[in-house]
Design a binder for this molecule. Structure first.
Ligand code: CUA
Length: 155
């Protein structure tokens, strides 16, 4: 079978790109220990309600303007339902799930992570604008998925 010179060139370039992409993915996986970057620690998903700090989900003040917020995602709600922080606060969110895969997203802030049972996901954001921010589940998790939301009040 005859393969035209240019066709062979394009085939070679295509295969080289494939090999390059696979190498990039493999390197990323090895460097991050086969764990997506936002998963900071593991947790027993059947014991979330007994595992500190997730036995008392909510907001903790670290220093002035610096907060940590611990969330449990479950079908079909987030605990806590609302947190309130002053304008300019940096909030580090720690989220885990006690049942299935959920999402954790605050549109227009860059806060967006998946919430996988067995893992604690973490993401930080500084709230420089006052207002009520909707925190939603953006990963389909069942019949009540569209009802799964919580609020961040910035005053
Ligand atoms: Cu939780 Cu969708």
């Amino acid at each position: 079978m005859h393969i035209h010179k240019y066709e062979r060139l394009w085939l070679t370039a295509g295969l080289a790109m494939l090999a390059f992409f696979i190498a990039v993915i493999a390197t990323g996986a090895v460097v991050d220990g086969f764990v997506p970057p936002s998963r900071v620690q593991t947790i027993d998903p059947t014991k979330v309600a007994q595992t500190p700090p997730f036995d008392h989900p909510g907001l903790r003040k670290v220093t002035d303007g610096n907060y940590e917020a611990y969330y449990v995602a479950q079908i079909f709600s987030f605990s806590p339902a609302t947190i309130t922080v002053p304008v300019g606060s940096k909030v580090t969110f720690y989220v885990t799930s006690s049942d299935v895969e959920h999402g954790f997203s605050i549109p227009e802030t860059g806060v967006n992570t998946m919430v996988t049972p067995g893992w604690v996901s973490s993401v930080s954001h500084t709230f420089n604008k006052p207002g009520t921010f909707l925190l939603i589940c953006n990963e389909y998790c069942g019949a009540g998925h569209q009802l799964m939301a919580s609020k961040v009040e910035v005053q």
